[in-house]
Design a protein around this ligand. Structure first.
Ligand code: 13P
Ligand code: SF4
Length: 323
């Protein structure tokens, strides 16, 4: 096989990479009996090499159902961790172990334990964007695509803590009419969109529909024609008769929108500053090169203590049953 040498990010070493990375990843996939699961916020190259691309719910359903021996998770840590919780005997690889999540980090376990103790009669519903420790303290996990459905299945008189995303929590309160006790966490990417610039785009393009993820702040959500998880936004954009969309979520999703509807136009919603901060810096730590190296060397592997895994599994299984 042809080889070329590249300097590998985060390493003092010079590593040899095959010239045809796509082909090499495909060969490793067969050799390892691995499945590559990717989130929509990954680089287009990673999306193109993946066996399955989806939102957090779809990815956990795939992880729960796969018969592959190894799962290569092109996403962030909490997603790969969820796959490991569901598959304790499988090798689960994350191309860059530093691919974290500001939302998951905004809910430290020790502080959350105190918060929970202060609301002893409350059921804990946690958004999947949290650590295994938080999942282990939760009764039910949800994602942006099933949060409303799950809250609606809980008896009206049952008080509920919703963690860690306050924006999704507020959106769910609006949709269900329920009063939730919210943990005040948020996503650094979805709170970066500028309401003013979105409204200006809407004025300039009155024919465009605005799509927004429920992790966005209420000031952005109130200008949206459609609100949903990444998969729901993608499906909506394909089914809608509109030919132009302003997309208020991480712009990685536009790769699939454009691929499935090349005749439509997708405008990424602009951030407040002149930066690329609408791109998730955690998701974007993964690269095709790191994905190849992770498969070749079978590291970095996701591991977690068995007692936490077992405690975290129960609320994930409840979610899968209720979805
Ligand atoms: P979904 O893909 O489930 O909508 O989640 C978006 C997100 O922020 C993942 O980190
Ligand atoms: Fe976390 Fe936000 Fe990045 Fe999703 S987009 S992984 S919620 S920081």
């Amino acid at each position: 096989m042809f080889a070329t040498t590249l300097s590998y990010q985060n390493s003092a070493q010079t590593l040899t990479l095959p010239r045809d990375l796509f082909g090499a990843i495909d060969a490793l996939k067969r050799e390892m009996n691995a499945v590559i699961l990717a989130h929509y916020y990954q680089d287009p190259d990673i999306q193109d090499v993946a066996d399955y691309i989806g939102d957090s719910l779809g990815l956990s359903q795939q992880a729960a159902a796969t018969e592959a021996e190894a799962i290569v998770f092109a996403g962030v840590h909490f997603m790969a961790e969820t796959a490991k919780i569901l598959n304790p005997n499988k090798l689960v690889l994350l191309p860059d172990l530093n691919a974290g999540c500001s939302l998951a980090d905004s809910c430290p376990p020790a502080e959350f334990a105190q918060f929970k103790a202060a609301h002893p009669d409350h059921l804990v519903v946690s958004y999947i964007n949290c650590s295994a420790d938080i999942k282990a303290m939760s009764d039910i996990i949800c994602t942006s695509s099933n949060a409303v459905k799950i809250i609606n299945q809980i008896p009206d008189d049952q008080p509920i803590i919703f963690a860690p995303d306050r924006n999704l929590g507020r959106y769910v309160m609006e949709q269900t009419g329920r009063n939730l006790v919210l943990w005040q966490g948020s996503c650094m990417v979805h709170e970066t969109f500028s309401e003013k610039k979105i409204v200006q785009l809407q004025i300039n393009h009155p024919e465009a529909e605005t799509l927004a993820h429920p992790e966005c702040e209420p000031a952005v959500l109130r200008h949206a024609n459609y609100i949903g998880s990444t998969t729901a936004l993608l499906n909506y954009s394909l089914q809608s008769s509109s030919s132009m969309f302003i997309v208020a979520t991480e712009p990685g999703i536009i790769h699939q929108m454009q691929k499935h509807a090349p005749h439509k136009q997708f405008i990424p919603a602009p951030p407040m500053n002149q930066c690329a901060c609408n791109e998730c810096p955690h998701m974007r730590l993964n690269t095709l090169e790191k994905l190849y190296l992770a498969m070749k060397h079978r590291v970095p592997e996701i591991t977690l203590p068995e007692d936490i895994r077992i405690a975290a599994l129960r609320p994930i299984q409840r979610m899968l049953e209720m979805s």
